[in-house]
Write a protein of this length. Structure first.
Length: 284
């Protein structure tokens, strides 16, 4: 699973999960999702487990993840989210079934699986996530601090939590005005701008673009939708196809959009490298 999480939909804090048997120490809601999942994932992988009290199998999966998390001593964090109480998160992550487990790293979904799995398979999946992110994140496991105390970032987070998207963008832009090379602010602003745009797009634009390949606006909108659906390869290939068959301003617009989408990901990701090669071939 690779793509972007729609943070801009998570505006209103939800009540904390409750009920007998609800996971406690690792519970996350809409109110602290941005801090405990997105920002924390800049330091270590965060495994998001969406469960329901009405699904004993999903609760047991969370218990399995809690045990494995304790065994791994900070190599990754666990975020247990009760689906019914946090539907904005469910919708933002395009969750289709419960339980769903998603690994988030560097602010982006990395891998996922749906349905209850035996512990050995879960362990294998976790080991693959940790291995895939080794040396690529800022943190160092248990010693990493989950929160940034920089008041400028706190202001941006607070604005985002209140649903003030423009205020959050302004806060990140102010940081970059002072520190043009601040990588964290750059990444946060890029993602926020993408999500602000993409959340306004009707998913039906994918069918429109497929039916009318010459519709550039539809193609770019469809690529955004595919990215939100954790299908970056499809999004990249769609725009590369536009680059191949267009010229002039249309080609420049498609190429610029594709380069913007590349910047939402780790540039060492194999699918980004492959897409850059395809783009180069399409251009020359």
């Amino acid at each position: 699973m690779s793509g972007a999480v729609d943070l801009s939909g998570l505006k209103q804090p939800a009540a904390a999960p409750g009920g007998a048997g609800a996971p406690g120490d690792h519970s996350v809601t809409e109110a602290d999702f941005e801090t405990k999942v997105i920002r924390r994932s800049m330091q270590v992988p965060v495994v998001v487990a969406l469960y329901s009290q009405r699904s004993p199998g999903s609760v047991e999966l969370v218990r399995t993840l809690e045990r494995l998390n304790a065994d791994d001593r900070g190599a990754w964090d666990l975020a247990a989210i009760e689906a019914e109480a946090n539907m904005n998160i469910v919708q933002a992550l395009r969750v289709q079934g419960i339980p769903t487990v998603i690994a988030v790293a560097g602010g982006q979904p990395l891998a996922d699986f749906e349905g209850a799995q035996p512990e050995p398979q879960v362990r294998q999946w976790l080991d693959a996530v940790v291995e895939a992110t080794a040396g690529k994140l800022e943190g160092n496991g248990a010693q990493a601090e989950p929160e940034n105390d920089d008041p400028r970032f706190v202001a941006a987070e607070n604005a985002l939590a209140e649903g003030d998207i423009a205020g959050a963008e302004a806060a990140y832009e102010a940081i970059l005005a002072e520190e043009p090379n601040n990588a964290e602010a750059k990444a946060a602003l890029r993602q926020l701008k993408f999500l602000t745009r993409a959340q306004q797009i009707d998913p039906g634009v994918v069918a429109t673009a497929d039916a009318d390949p010459g519709n550039l606006d539809a193609a770019l909108g469809a690529a955004d939708v595919e990215l939100l659906e954790q299908r970056p390869e499809a999004a990249f290939d769609r725009i590369i196809a536009v680059v191949k068959r267009t010229a002039g301003d249309d080609r420049d617009r498609a190429r610029t959009r594709l380069l913007e989408l590349f910047e939402l990901f780790d540039q060492a990701e194999p699918f980004v490298i492959a897409a850059r090669r395809k783009l180069a071939a399409a251009l020359y």
